[in-house]
Write a protein that binds this ligand. Structure first.
Ligand SMILES: [Zn+2]
Length: 346
């Protein structure tokens, strides 16, 4: 828990939050913009960080007899004041409203604004609001398919979530999941971001931070290498397929236009049937189908390796993640407090 003990900016200059100022509240939280008068018991119920903080004996309790060496806590209108360092008032308001207002965040409400989702994820992780963190992670995970056919089926020009176009959510969510250590969802978010041109990715450098950007660029390079090899191998694959076919098919079938698929960083753009339709000419229908199926089997292999492009793990952890990445328990890990907790089936 970061509690800023600087006292220069007097909290009275700050604005009381209209909806989160309870007269009978017994603690005031201060942020850059707002003051919140809330209840220790309510926060303790949801958050282990606040519980631990409030469970510390107060100075009155531990003071044996009028000892004068104890620093008094900062007070505001008769109740303790806790400064939340580095948190924006607007974001803390989202978290506290999710705690106090039953309908404020429902994990089945896809119209929840992206800004709210991100604030809830980052702050619930920082202060260990377990239930909110779990709900938000599962909510986000439902928007990022974990199988290639489901991912292929998304029409990204017409898919909205959290009040935004789907593709506009990738960078902000990647950043938030990275910050909140949601390791199991990172590969699919990195993958989603790979679909952007490099120029667009570098524009996000300030938002993503060096480590996250570096992982994205490195993983995108590996992914592009794999898809490029798949595409470059197409003439050989065609020869192999037609070698078992009629001499006519063997002699006439050819590949063309592969350069249009160079540097493909999105598996959607090298779907087998689309690729064959664009690039393979004069092959019989049986060879065409066989080749498309072969390409799609290779795409599936590449898809299954996606986590390995974006995480650096020892071999044991890597096996665990690749074999269980789609599992809810893993999604909620490696956050130690949540692993092992009962997760309701979706
Ligand atoms: Zn043939």
């Amino acid at each position: 828990m970061d509690v800023d003990d600087e006292r220069e900016d007097h909290p009275k200059a700050l604005q009381r939050h209209e909806a989160l100022w309870f007269k009978r509240g017994d603690v005031v939280l201060s942020t850059d913009a707002f003051l919140f008068r809330v209840h220790k018991d309510v926060l303790s119920l949801h958050s282990s960080v606040f519980k631990d903080m409030f469970d510390l004996p107060s100075n009155d309790e531990k003071k044996p007899s009028g000892s004068s060496s104890v620093i008094e806590p900062e007070m505001y209108e008769g109740v303790p004041l806790v400064k939340l360092a580095g948190d924006e008032g607007k974001e803390v308001a989202h978290l506290l409203r999710a705690v106090y207002e039953w309908q404020y965040y429902r994990s089945n409400n896809d119209d929840t604004p992206l800004e709210t989702i991100i604030a809830l994820l980052v702050l619930s992780s920082k202060y260990d609001f377990k239930q909110i963190r779990r709900d938000v992670i599962l909510h986000i995970s439902r928007k990022y398919p974990m199988t290639l056919p489901e991912y292929d089926a998304i029409d990204d020009s017409d898919f909205e979530m959290f009040g935004e176009d789907w593709y506009n959510c990738h960078f902000p969510l990647l950043k938030a999941l990275f910050k909140a250590d949601v390791d199991a969802l990172l590969p699919i978010l990195y993958y989603a971001c790979c679909g952007f041109l490099l120029g667009r990715i570098f524009e996000q450098a300030d938002i993503l931070g060096t480590e996250c950007l570096h992982t994205l660029i490195r993983g995108r390079g590996e992914l592009t290498n794999e898809t490029s090899a798949l595409i470059a191998n197409l003439p050989d694959a065609l020869r192999d397929v037609t070698s078992k076919c009629s001499p006519k098919c063997q002699n006439t079938a050819f590949v063309t236009g592969l350069s249009d698929f160079a540097s493909c960083s999105d598996l959607k753009h090298c779907e087998g049937y689309d690729l064959v339709e664009s690039c393979v000419k004069e092959a019989c229908s049986r060879c065409t189908k066989s080749l498309a199926d072969r390409i799609n089997a290779k795409r599936e292999e590449i898809w299954n390796e996606v986590p390995s492009y974006f995480v650096v793990l020892d071999s044991t952890s890597f096996t665990l993640i690749t074999s269980k990445i789609w599992d809810e328990d893993t999604l909620l890990g490696p956050y130690p407090e949540v692993v092992g907790e009962e997760v309701p089936s979706a």
